[in-house]
Ligand binder design. Structure first.
Ligand code: HAM
Length: 419
């Protein structure tokens, strides 16, 4: 025997029994359909990768979270922590795939994170990657698709917090911290998780006056309408960037949902420009996020290839839907549970079941090892809609009794009438 504690899945992982699994399957359908409406095609890659590929541009905090192992031949491998990196790797050698590439995925990823509500070690991501275009229209396509995905699964009241790394980097430079860019970005990424005073302390520690550090934190903490972003960008001399964001804010559904939030910098090191995350009230964690990673493919292939995409956390989205009372998906119900009283009439029951299945009904044929009473109870517990009874008297008259399990009513139906 194995002890009870070991029967539970490892920390941070979950068993998806049907009750839970069909929710994932539903989300998979809704999100895949949405991506396909935009011309995206589904891909899958191996669960594990060469560690070197994973570590190249993950950033120190995510590298710490990689499940690392050596295989029997001594190869250094790791479980993928997202799908952006594997897809960048694939497209670095599949130069034959016509650009821009529109791919999507719904699959498992792994991170050695500290498990808590909304944070798992094994979780599902749905995401899309648009590889091979650096145009503002590509940004608009990805943000529109992001909004469409959240709308179609039914998340309510979300906002998309948008930023551009180049804007924050310009601010960092303006405060004389160009030499510590990555450290400042990493510090800002903690905003919301630690008090602002700690951020000020930590930035001041990088070599500027506390007042200046405070000023900087205040500046990035302000959240404004996306329509004001171009103005703020022009103020710091980023005219070209401002034009891009003007175009973006003019896209109806983006303008409605997006705010400009300069403290959103994202934890992954591969981002180069646009970054975004979505939040809903009363749920502290981001349900999805993404951005541009124009330099990632180049480090694998040497070929400069602009790209962007996003991923939505499936568990978190389901948790949000449950919180909002908008999750009413479950396993499909059995339409007919057929109980044959006498062994010699089994083939009649079998024929009935086949006929119903041919017409697309879900049918369970009782296995003949329980009493009528216990079969009724079982059919009820597995949620069958109807219970069909074929007893000797019914058999002789060529009928069956059909009980509607929800209504509690019963009627006699000719055998041929059912199948
Ligand atoms: P990410 O923000 O690290 O981005 O993850 C995307 C989403 O996955 C998060 O918003 C969250 O919903 C979910 N998630 C992250 N960590 C956990 C966890 N420990 N447990 C449960 N859910 C989690 C990326 O992964 C990028 N690859 C997104 C992207 C695609 N950027 C460009 N293309």
């Amino acid at each position: 025997m194995i002890g009870e504690a070991k029967l539970r899945p490892p920390r941070g992982t979950r068993d998806l029994t049907p009750e839970e699994y069909y929710r994932y399957a539903w989300m998979e359908r809704v999100l895949s359909d949405t991506a396909e409406l935009y011309g995206y095609l589904r891909v899958e890659t191996p669960a594990f990768e060469h560690f070197e590929v994973l570590a190249a541009k993950a950033g120190p905090s995510v590298v710490e979270e990689i499940y690392y192992f050596r295989d029997k031949a001594g190869r250094e491998l790791g479980l993928r922590f997202d799908m952006t990196v594997p897809i960048a790797r694939v497209l670095a050698y599949r130069l034959d795939v016509p650009r821009p590439v529109r791919w999507y995925y719904f699959t498992k990823v792994w991170r050695y994170d500290e498990p808590q509500h909304g944070r798992y070690r094994e979780f599902y991501q749905f995401g899309v990657e648009l590889v091979g275009s650096g145009t503002p229209r590509a940004d608009a396509e990805i943000l529109s698709l992001f909004v469409d995905c959240l709308d179609r699964v039914g998340v309510e009241g979300y906002v998309v917090k948008v930023n551009d790394r180049r804007y924050v980097e310009r601010l960092i430079d303006a405060y004389g911290l160009s030499g510590r860019r990555d450290d400042v970005l990493r510090t800002l990424d903690k905003r919301g998780k630690v008090p602002d005073d700690d951020l000020v302390e930590s930035i001041a520690g990088m070599g500027i006056a506390r007042a200046a550090a405070r000023d900087m934190v205040d500046r990035v903490s302000r959240e404004v309408s996306i329509r004001e972003a171009p103005h703020m960008m022009r103020e710091v001399g980023l005219g070209e960037l401002a034009d891009r964001y003007e175009a973006l804010a003019a896209v109806g559904r983006i303008g409605e949902r997006a705010v400009f939030a300069p403290y959103i910098v994202r934890g992954l090191d591969y981002y180069t420009g646009l970054v975004f995350e979505s939040y809903v009230p009363r749920y502290g964690l981001a349900i999805g996020g993404g951005g541009r990673y124009d330099d990632l493919l180049e480090i694998y292939s040497g070929v400069s290839t602009p790209a962007l995409g996003f991923a939505i956390g499936v568990e978190r989205t389901l948790e949000v839907l449950a919180l909002q009372g908008r999750l009413d998906v479950g396993p499909p119900r059995v339409d007919y549970y057929i109980y044959v009283f006498r062994g010699e009439h089994y083939s009649a029951g079998e024929g009935l079941a086949s006929g119903l299945r041919r017409r697309g009904y879900r049918v369970v044929l009782d296995l003949g090892d329980r009493s009528l009473r216990s079969a009724l109870d079982y059919a009820n517990r597995i949620g069958a809609r109807r219970f069909v009874f074929l007893g000797p008297r019914e058999y002789e008259r060529g009928v069956v009794k059909v009980r509607d399990m929800d209504a509690g009513t019963e009627e006699e139906v000719p055998l041929g009438g059912l199948a």
